[in-house]
Design a protein around this ligand. Structure first.
Ligand SMILES: Cc1cc2nc3c(=O)[nH]c(=O)nc-3n(C[C@H](O)[C@H](O)[C@H](O)COP(=O)(O)OP(=O)(O)OC[C@H]3O[C@@H](n4cnc5c(N)ncnc54)[C@H](O)[C@@H]3O)c2cc1C
Length: 432
């Protein structure tokens, strides 16, 4: 049987989830083209020689309620590669107000945790819960800041949660988008909010098992394969150009464009200028410090292996074997800061957070570190940028879109990227 070809351009999680989903079809062959030497895009791990450690480009946290993520991990048989405490447990440290607490949600939908002072946000007042109601009922014109109610629930939980989920400040972030995250996480109860992250690295959990599956099922993956042009003839894609080579498209073949937003915009502009794509971006800063692999952390941090930080530059501290990694979202505000000063300031915060929980205090001297600044980590989740998110369909019946910037109803997250990949795959099979 002559198989039809499904060309997937972009080997990030949107492209890989489309590929994994379509490679099961007996009548099709999936071919992935990725411009980098390795797949994974904005969610990848690599060996860093200066640290002599395997690190992720950025710490990624997923929640048990991320349905598409877990469906993808089931398909590639990789659920066991994740780790976490197994509880909806979030240790926090407030550096400004010198306070530590463990947020521990109750598993069911009814929020019993709000009635136990040792499980909830310290200083929380019940009227602040109106903020959640406001977010769930928000319309397309409201920002997150419009919905928040002043108090410790906002300062110690909702603001950090919003900035991490949207990678955008509360003043600019879309309340509608955050509302959909709240609906799929907090409103489902603690069982949907159990945090997970890779035991080893992002590529080991999300990328390598997918590549193996695609290959076993007869698909192909080409690295260092850069798309430069898509050509249209008679209202459909008739060829595209990879590394100066024309790839002809047969009548049954299909193309899924799973690029990052700014590259997709350049490729699509000449062939479908009417398709709008988000074009403003926010960065995420990650700092990885090489530490003693035998470092022992006590208490809830040992269980959770991460902590949220309030009132500092650091927002999340992840503790992995031999590496302490810090994440700062919506980091455009720190552009122009001296990297050494940032690394030094953040290391002092790490010491303040972790020293009460370690057997040996962390050294005053900054360890070897690697600063990774993902300049276009995500589109800015504003109302205006949200209105630029296209569906997976294009004016051409054989060209489809995937990526965390496609209209998924979610911010730019792994869940959004995988959902967009699955939707594009479904569209390919339905749209004959
Ligand atoms: C530092 C950081 C931290 C994050 N933290 C979290 C988190 O905690 N939780 C969470 O859920 N999400 C998080 N995210 C978001 C998540 O990583 C992204 O939403 C997701 O990886 C996007 O996948 P994608 O496939 O849509 O895009 P990408 O990963 O950008 O994939 C696009 C691919 O296309 C390739 N490409 C580009 N141009 C070409 C070309 N011309 N030809 C061929 N290929 C090309 C790129 O190399 C890339 O591999 C984080 C992102 C970053 C950067």
């Amino acid at each position: 049987m002559v198989k039809k070809h499904i060309h997937i351009i972009g080997g990030g999680l949107a492209g890989l989830s489309a590929a994994v989903s379509l490679s099961r079809q007996a009548d099709s062959q999936v071919i992935v083209y990725e411009s980098s030497p390795a797949c994974g895009g904005r969610a990848r791990s690599f060996y860093d020689a200066s640290l002599d450690r395997l690190i992720d480009n950025g710490n990624h946290l997923i929640l048990s309620g991320n349905q598409a993520v877990f469906e993808y991990l089931r398909l590639i048989d990789s659920i066991d590669s994740l780790t976490g405490s197994g509880y909806p447990l979030f240790p926090f440290v407030d550096l400004e107000e010198k306070k530590r607490w463990d947020l521990l949600l109750s598993m069911g939908k009814f929020p019993w945790w709000l009635f136990f002072s040792k499980h909830r946000v310290p200083g929380f007042r019940f009227p602040e819960l109106f903020a959640l109601w406001n977010l769930l009922k928000a319309d397309a014109s409201q920002t997150v800041a419009d919905c928040l109610v002043n108090g410790q629930l906002a300062r110690r939980l909702l603001k950090p949660f919003a900035v991490s989920a949207l990678n955008t400040s509360c003043e600019a972030g879309s309340a509608l988008l955050l509302g959909s995250v709240v609906r799929q996480s907090l409103m489902q109860g603690g069982k949907a909010c159990i945090p997970y992250f890779p035991k080893e690295g992002l590529s080991e959990s999300f990328v390598n098992p997918a590549l193996s599956l695609i290959t076993v099922q007869g698909g192909k993956v080409h690295n260092k394969a850069r798309l430069s042009e898509i050509h249209i003839e008679n209202g459909q894609v008739d060829y595209f150009v990879i590394n100066h080579e024309k790839i002809e498209i047969g009548p049954q073949d299909r193309v899924i464009l799973a690029l990052n937003a700014h590259v997709a915009e350049q490729i699509l502009l000449p062939i479908c200028p009417q398709v709008k794509i988000p074009n403003q971006f926010e960065s995420i800063l990650n700092l990885h410090y090489a530490v003693d692999p035998n470092l022992r952390i006590k208490g809830s941090l040992e269980k959770a292996k991460f902590a949220g930080v309030i009132g500092g530059v650091s927002e999340w501290i992840f503790i992995k074997k031999g590496v302490i990694s810090i994440t700062v979202s919506a980091a455009n505000r720190f552009m122009g800061c001296n990297s050494e000063n940032l690394a030094s300031l953040i290391w002092q915060e790490v010491r303040e957070v972790l020293n009460p929980m370690t057997e040996q205090p962390l050294s005053e001297e900054i360890p070897v570190y690697r600063l990774l600044w993902e300049k276009r980590a995500s589109f800015v989740a504003t109302i205006e940028q949200g209105s630029r998110r296209p569906s997976c369909y294009t004016p051409y019946h054989n060209l489809f879109l995937a990526g965390d910037w496609v209209a998924t109803g979610l911010p730019a997250t792994i869940e959004g990227a995988i959902r967009s990949g699955f939707s594009a795959a479904k569209a390919v099979t339905q749209f004959k």
